[in-house]
Design a protein around this ligand. Structure first.
Ligand code: BES
Ligand code: MN
Ligand code: MN
Length: 462
């Protein structure tokens, strides 16, 4: 991989310029106003893939946003790596909180990224990360050092739950045939502490609506006599956790796989500073399920969080009113072997059962996803570990993450393939938040590390 690495080191400025072009396209999948930009982003990528020598480049239309596919088959007798990523991004709002515009990338240094970081929506999640693969492939192709076959599938709907990708995958099993799936859409512990993500949480997401009286009422004339849906909802939501901050939905923990004491001890070896964690978030203390560490609460334990709650009067001044309706959006992060559909059913039955007669309840299920754990005793993991050791000079630590990528479990079900989650972002990179960024160190380390994965995986697999 010497020639590949030399090419990478000689083309760093151009790689940044090209990533900037990609980041300038506001490919927000959730907002219909950006549909044209999402399509333009897919077209831009397809043209770029063509220009670096990838073959069978296709923009595949779906009922939603397009999927971009490309491959390079050098010898059908060699193993095949399928790279997955997403070119869609989260909405940029609240816009006022960005120090520089979300779709005008700039490089600025931060205490954690003294070499500089690229600030833009999608810089880390996931444009900057899947683009590392494109540049690594470009270098390997140019150096004639690509050691195996590669297929690329970059989708445009990950941030809205990948509603159309599952259909495409199950209808194209032959086209997507591979030996391993490789994804950079997660993080690592720190720039001097490389880690490989070995698990993702699942997700069950619901919206609830409570209706009290048939119209908004004067809170003096009716207050104390009819149920105030906002009062009721807040009580119901509060009752979803007990005094040990465990979730009270009957059956919620039934399928949770408890880790052995040995596995928990192994987990506790990963460097983590509670004080630094609190300081970075400006909080005096952490908060979560009794009996578990912060690392555990954020990865191997299931959770329930209100993501938004609205109703009643929230404008200027005071309006004395009892609202007719109140709403909330609630996410539950799941761990093996919880099933999102079952958890959604348990939530619905419980939530309806705890509502008093004085209100009516509606529960609307949104998208969900299965949790995943990836093996650390596989040839692919060994190849990834060796790759990190080569570029970081340290063995990576296996770490389970709290985030979700629902399509990963689907890949295993539909294609029978395991995934290697080689993420290079940091938790502090503010993905989904204002001022999202991706360190230059991380971007280039990713580009340098990926070719070694290809090299070692091809050798081990052959
Ligand atoms: N890339 C993230 C997930 C992620 C980030 C996993 C960091 C591990 C570490 C992905 O784009 C994402 O945001 N997923 C959503 C779920 C999706 C259904 C909207 C999430 O986790 O909330
Ligand atoms: Mn992502
Ligand atoms: Mn995301």
């Amino acid at each position: 991989m010497e020639k590949t690495q030399l090419l990478i080191s000689q083309n760093k400025d151009r790689f940044i310029t090209e990533l900037f072009e990609l980041l300038r396209i506001p490919s927000v999948s959730a907002d219909p106003n950006y549909q044209g930009d999402v399509a333009a982003c897919a077209a831009h990528l397809a043209a770029h893939f063509q220009s670096i020598g990838l073959e069978n480049v296709e923009v595949i239309t779906t009922a939603g946003h397009p999927i971009v596919y490309a491959d390079k088959i050098i010898d059908t007798a060699l193993p095949t790596v399928l790279v997955y990523g997403h070119y869609d991004v989260q909405p940029a709002d609240p816009l006022a909180l960005w120090h520089t515009p979300a779709f005008e990338p700039v490089i600025k240094a931060t205490p954690i990224h003294p070499e500089g970081a690229i600030f833009a929506r999608g810089a880390c999640d996931d444009k900057g990360q899947f683009f590392m693969h494109i540049k690594a492939l470009e270098a390997m192709l140019q150096a004639q050092e690509l050691p195996c076959n590669v297929k690329l599938m970059i989708e445009g709907e990950e941030e809205v739950g990948s509603p159309n990708l599952a259909l495409f995958v199950s209808a194209n099993k032959q086209k997507l045939k591979a030996d391993i799936i490789l994804v950079s859409d997660t993080g690592m512990l720190a720039n001097d502490t490389p880690s490989i993500t070995t698990g993702l949480r699942g997700l069950s997401y619901v919206e609830v609506e409570l209706t009290g009286p048939n119209r908004d009422l004067h809170s003096g004339l009716y207050g104390g006599c009819v149920a105030n849906p906002i009062n009721i909802l807040t009580q119901m939501v509060a009752s979803l956790h007990d005094e040990n901050r465990r979730i009270t939905i009957p059956g919620f923990y039934d399928k949770v796989v408890e880790l052995s004491a040995a596995d928990r001890a192994e987990m506790a070896k990963a460097p983590f500073s509670e004080a630094a964690y609190c300081e970075a978030l400006d909080i005096r203390d952490t908060h979560g399920e009794k009996g578990y560490s912060t690392m555990e609460r954020g990865s191997i334990r299931p959770t329930l969080d209100v993501n938004g709650i609205w109703g009643g009067y929230t404008g200027e001044g005071a309006k004395t009113v009892i609202a007719s309706k109140v709403f909330a959006k609630i996410s539950m992060r799941l761990v093996p072997d919880q099933d999102p559909e079952e958890i959604t059913r348990l939530f619905q039955a419980h939530f309806e059962s705890i509502a008093p007669q004085s209100v009516r309840v509606k529960v609307l299920p949104h998208h969900g996803g299965q949790p995943v754990v990836t093996p650390t005793d596989s040839p692919a993991y060994a190849a990834a570990s060796l790759a990190y050791e080569t570029t970081f000079g340290k063995k990576p630590i296996p770490v389970r993450s709290g985030g979700s990528i629902p399509i990963i479990a689907m890949f295993e079900q539909e294609l029978g393939l395991k995934t290697i989650l080689m993420g290079f972002g940091l938790d502090s990179d503010a993905i989904h938040s204002p001022n999202e960024h991706f360190g230059l160190f991380n971007f280039f380390k990713g580009i340098e590390t990926i070719p070694y994965f290809f090299k070692h995986f091809s050798k081990i697999q052959a």
